[in-house]
Design a protein around this ligand. Structure first.
Ligand code: ATP
Ligand code: MG
Length: 504
């Protein structure tokens, strides 16, 4: 069934391709795209805009990137541009940098091609270049991605009726969906990700395409985890991730992406209107800002609840240490999704801290967090706490004393001062060495750490005079101590000789 048939009413019309708003006379297209099209045309080749940029322009949505298809072979495209990167010449793709002389932007230029057969569900068995844009469109994934625009004739080339599906808000595989998913399992995830990104326009998966996705779901196992990660993070960052996550779950894909989530599916929740733990997690995702790692943290924040559940004699269920075990599980999930280290650390630290008791957190702790993790991380943590409450059935309008107090406290701390790391102190390492008459060495770092401790306790101490006074007091104590402070801090076997920079 299709949207128009269900309701009898078609969504608003698409942007016209004949009134100049699409790209008539090339004028509304960005300079780099105009430049590429003009050069290919001037060299006697055919050139079309294709894929997501045509789809998005017709929807009135800003394109994510620009793809040009041409009958020129890669080796014929390369000499036409000063700056080119042969990104995938075997597949016919060259990235060219074009546009205004001082501001070149990338455009993907791909030779028309037809694909035949499947080698391993990821790569076409062989790539055959073609002279026909229609043939090129036939090998594309979904009908709404298989529309080309000829900017010279100012016409759309639409052999698989993508425009009709755009109007009906349907994502439909080009040709036989089973065959298309057999050729390339990434299309399974692209379909759900694209539908989720286009939810604000009321898109959904066409029913035969949807059935074929469920049937082919096991084939995502053949995909690289990096490609799965990229699609999954894009889905999480979409405006309505809740819809996309339930769609993945219903299509038997979600637990193939993150198997650890399966245990949350039928895990009951004692929360009003939130029957299962998976409901709670997905609601939390929906209620944090659209940052993919923050949303992943929301999705995984209670991932360890099933593994940590215990019941006390009075019948109360507890989840002791689900935050620390959850952070460990999240680190393993991050590794399996090949997340970069910094993102994996951010994910795990948010989950580890998501139960932090606000009554324990004062200004000094906040200053420490600011130094260690930065302001953005604290705001993320507060957003996660807020979403956790909403996903537990609390109204978003209800005041939350813990979060409100911490937010106020954070604003106060940021307003009062900006010294949260040794680099922010009014004395730097060189000045410390000059004051103490020592050379570079661990003593300098130890002195700066000591000064930072004092400033975290009392920000008013962060002036050159006060820090000099504190530094000399500390130096006196350190020198008169039988074991210098810098030695006491060191790990490993005790050293018999003084560290570099210590006076003999
Ligand atoms: P966006 O750029 O917003 O992610 P897009 O549809 O342009 O969306 P791209 O990854 O840029 O996606 O791909 C450009 C076009 O190439 C697509 O519109 C589609 O026509 C085609 N395409 C991309 N990946 C596949 C695939 N796995 N199978 C078939 N066609 C594909
Ligand atoms: Mg694109």
């Amino acid at each position: 069934m299709i949207a128009g048939e269900e309701t009898g009413v078609l969504p608003p019309p698409l942007h016209s391709s004949t009134d100049g708003s699409f790209g008539g006379a090339l004028a509304p297209l960005p300079p780099q795209v105009q430049d590429v099209l003009r050069r290919l045309h001037a060299a006697g080749y055919k050139a079309h805009l294709v894929g997501g940029c045509v789809r998005d322009r017709l929807l009135g949505r800003p394109p994510h990137d620009w793809d040009v298809a041409t009958n020129a072979r890669p080796e014929q495209v390369l000499p036409l541009f000063v700056h080119c990167v042969p990104t995938g010449v075997a597949y016919g793709t060259v990235t060219v940098f074009a546009g205004e002389p001082d501001r070149h932007e990338p455009v993907q230029v791909t030779t028309y091609r037809k694909e035949m057969g499947s080698r391993d569900l990821r790569h076409p068995e062989k790539v055959v270049f073609s002279d026909s844009v229609e043939e090129d469109l036939a090998r594309r994934d979904f009908t709404i991605n298989a529309i080309a625009y000829d900017p010279w004739a100012e016409v759309l080339v639409d052999p698989v009726h993508g425009r009709q599906d755009l109007e009906r808000r349907l994502i439909r595989a080009v040709g036989n969906p089973d065959q298309r998913f057999d050729e390339d399992a990434l299309r399974l995830l692209r379909a759900v990700r694209l539908a989720t990104e286009l939810r604000p326009y009321h898109f959904r998966l066409e029913s035969k395409t949807r059935t074929a996705i469920r049937r082919h779901a096991p084939q995502v196992e053949y995909l690289s985890r990096e490609r799965i990660r990229d699609e999954f993070l894009r889905l999480l960052a979409a405006p309505d991730p809740q819809w996309g996550l339930w769609e993945l779950q219903d299509l038997d894909l979600l637990f193939r992406i993150i198997p650890e989530l399966a245990a949350t599916h039928h895990f009951p929740q004692d929360k009003p209107g939130v029957p299962t733990l998976l409901d709670h997690l997905i609601r939390a995702v929906q209620n944090v800002p659209p940052d993919p790692i923050l949303r992943l943290a929301a999705l995984l924040h209670d991932i360890a609840k099933p593994a940590t559940a215990t019941m006390s004699p009075d019948g109360q269920v507890h989840f002791y240490c689900h935050d620390t075990l959850g952070a460990e599980m999240a680190s393993r999930i991050a590794a399996s999704l090949r997340l970069p280290r910094s993102q994996a650390d951010r994910l795990a630290s948010l989950i580890r801290m998501h139960m932090v008791d606000g009554t324990d957190v004062g200004k000094k702790a906040l200053r420490r967090w600011l130094g260690q993790y930065g302001e953005r991380w604290i705001r993320d943590l507060l957003a996660l706490r807020r979403a956790d409450n909403i996903a537990s059935g609390v109204s978003p309008d209800e005041p939350n004393p813990f979060i409100d107090r911490l937010e106020d406290l954070l604003d106060e701390v940021l307003h009062e001062q900006k010294a949260f790391r040794t680099q922010d102190l009014c004395l730097d390492g060189r000045q410390v060495m000059a004051e103490l008459g020592v050379g570079p060495g661990p003593m300098v770092g130890a002195a700066l750490r000591y000064l930072l401790e004092q400033v975290l306790d009392d920000p008013s101490l962060n002036t050159p005079d006060q820090l000099r006074r504190l530094l000399h007091d500390w130096w006196q104590r350190t020198r008169s101590s039988p074991v210098p402070a810098v030695h006491r801090r060191q790990r490993g076997p005790a050293s018999t000789s003084p560290p570099p920079g210590l006076p003999d």
